[in-house]
Design a protein around this ligand. Structure first.
Ligand code: ATP
Ligand code: MG
Length: 302
């Protein structure tokens, strides 16, 4: 059994408390740690990664948050995760999988290349190709959605219906991520499917006051039937990105065609918990402990 676990989060809140409680119910002690407080220490005798509150590195790390910041900061936080894995600490979700999914461009690329239906998307800088794309796509009432490459919670999303509506590139750190707008009907909505241990477990329907359905943007959550199509798309998407658990966002257009728009490696589940009878934190902790045997157990087996 794991004796010591770090829950990586800047702001434990409701989710941090649920995880700690679920771990304690399984007899596992845990501490909340911010990635901002961790460091690489590469001097004689040091373990390589230093995590405050842990004299020895923990057996497992549950990643509940990767802080935003400059590119250097985000790379540094991801390197802490990679370093921990290299040192034999079980990191959940896997550090490389988190790295792939924090980047919307790479997520879309991997989904597209694996044949998952995902809206037509482009990642590019300013220039002629951008202008001709806008001219081509913004015809006949068709629109594009502009998203920050490293965004989350529906922040910074913009609907573009006219080339003049595109903000200057520096507002988006120099790179445009543009995606065809999918019309989901008169009452815009999306589906969030929660995958744990590679299996789709539960789904909800989200609907907001506008076209952005995230709960953080005022969207409401409703229970939803996890039908075969949602299940298959969500499970395949999580597997393509190498995620143990994931929140997969799916849209259906007016004709019913489904599109995977996003795969989250650190999904919140407060809204989902409110409309689902399943104890989500307990389910996550069970899967985490299955994946992360204690280092003592590994040594005993080895
Ligand atoms: N191409 C699109 N067409 C129509 N609506 C969209 C499209 N992309 C996003 N949306 C709406 O905006 C919401 C947020 O988009 P998305 O999931 O891509 O970003 P995010 O939620 O900010 O990122 P993350 O899911 O990583 O937290 C979606 O749930 C959906 O309601
Ligand atoms: Mg989303």
């Amino acid at each position: 059994m794991i004796a010591r676990v770090a829950i990586l989060t800047d702001d434990p809140g409701w989710h941090g408390a649920r995880l700690r409680e679920a771990l304690a119910n399984r007899g596992v002690s845990s501490e909340w740690v911010s990635l901002r407080q961790c460091r690489l220490e590469l001097a004689m005798g040091a373990a390589g990664v230093v995590m405050p509150g842990f004299e020895e590195l923990p057996d497992g790390v549950f990643v509940r948050g990767v802080p935003g910041g400059t590119l250097e900061q985000v790379v540094f936080y991801l390197n802490i995760l990679h370093g921990l894995q290299k040192l034999g600490v079980c990191v959940y979700n896997d550090g490389r999988a988190i790295e792939r999914s924090v980047d919307k461009g790479m997520t879309s690329f991997l989904l597209y290349c694996s044949g998952i239906p995902t809206p037509a998307s482009w990642v590019l800088e300013e220039g002629e190709a951008l202008q001709s794309l806008l001219g081509r796509e913004l015809k006949d009432g068709q629109e594009l959605v502009l998203k920050p490459l490293f965004g989350s919670q529906g922040k910074g999303l913009l609907r573009i219906s006219d080339p003049s509506g595109l903000p200057a590139a520096d507002h988006y750190n120099g790179v445009y991520y543009l995606q065809r707008f999918i019309d989901t009907g008169d009452s815009p909505h999306d589906w969030r499917v929660f995958v744990v241990g590679g299996r789709a477990r539960v789904a909800m329907r989200r609907s907001g006051t506008g076209w952005i359905s995230n709960r953080a943007q005022g969207g409401c959550c409703y229970p939803a039937v996890l039908d075969a199509e949602l299940r298959e798309l969500a499970e395949r998407s999580a597997a393509i990105l190498g995620l143990n658990y994931a929140g997969v966002d799916i849209l259906r257009d007016r004709s019913g065609q489904a599109y995977v728009i996003e795969v989250n490696s650190i999904p919140a589940w407060k809204g989902l918990q409110a409309v689902s009878p399943i104890d989500v934190a307990a389910m996550l902790v069970d899967d985490f402990l299955d994946h992360c045997p204690s280092r003592g157990a590994i040594e005993a087996v080895g």
